[in-house]
Design a protein around this ligand. Structure first.
Ligand code: V0V
Ligand code: CO
Length: 146
C-alpha cells in the first residue's frame, strides 16, 4: 500500500543555486544532502512535512554528477523541471511485485539504495502516463544517515 508522497524529484543544473531559490523564496531548509554515485546524482532533500504514517514528504533537488547519468540525459532534452514523483510504502518489494503483475515495467529486479538509506525502485514512465514513478521504503530512523 502507498501511504504518502515521499518526494517530488526536481532536476536542476546547479544544486546550490536551486537550494538557495527554495530557501529564499519559500523558507525551505536543507534537511539532508548526499551523492548517489550509482544513480549519478548529487541531491538535497527539503522536508515539507511529516506524515501520519511516521514518514515525511520532501522535495528532492537533483544535479547530475556525470554526463551519462539519467538526470543529465533528461536535462539535456527537457531543461530543468519535475523529473519524477515518489510514493512512500512500508513494503517496496510487495508494491513492486503487485504493479509488475499489472503489466507495469519495474526498472530494477531488486530495490536499490536511495536517499537516506531508503530502498527504491522505479516504474517506466511510458507505462505510467508519462510520469517517471519511484517507490520508496524509508530506512528505519536509527539507520538513516543525516
Ligand atoms: C525519460 N522519459 C521520461 C523521463 N525520462 N518521461 C517522463 N519523465 C522522465 N523522467 C521518456 C523519454 O522522453 C522517452 O520518451 C522515453 O521515456 C525513453 O527515454 P530516454 O530519454 O531514451 O531515456 P532512457 O530510456 O535511457 O531512460 C529512461 C529511464 C531512466 C526512465 C529508463 O531515466 C531511468 O532508469 N530512470 C530511473 C533512475 C533515475 O531516474 N535516477 C535519478 C533519480 P520518447 O521521447 O521516446 O517519447 S535518483 C533518486 O530519485 C534517488 C536516489 C532517490 O529518490 O533516493
Ligand atoms: Co527520487
Amino acid at each position: 500500500m502507498l501511504t504518502r508522497i515521499d518526494h517530488i524529484g526536481i532536476a536542476c543544473f546547479d544544486l546550490d543555486k536551486t537550494v538557495e531559490f527554495y530557501r529564499s523564496t519559500y523558507g525551505f531548509e536543507v534537511f539532508h544532502t548526499e551523492v548517489n554515485e550509482e544513480q549519478g546524482v548529487r541531491e538535497a532533500m527539503l522536508k515539507i512535512n511529516e506524515t501520519s504514517d511516521g514518514g515525511a514528504s520532501y522535495l528532492q533537488l537533483l544535479e547530475p554528477t556525470r554526463e551519462d547519468s539519467t538526470v543529465a540525459k533528461w536535462l539535456a532534452k527537457n531543461g530543468e523541471g519535475v523529473h519524477h514523483i515518489a510514493f512512500g510504502t512500508a513494503d517496496v518489494d510487495g508494491v513492486a511485485a503487485d504493479v509488475r503483475g499489472k503489466g507495469v515495467r519495474v526498472l530494477y529486479d531488486e530495490p536499490r539504495r536511495g536517499s537516506m538509506g531508503s530502498r527504491i525502485t522505479f516504474l517506466h514512465p511510458k507505462d505510467c502516463h508519462g510520469v517517471l514513478t519511484e517507490l520508496v521504503t524509508s530506512a528505519e530512523p536509527s539507520s538513516a544517515e543525516h
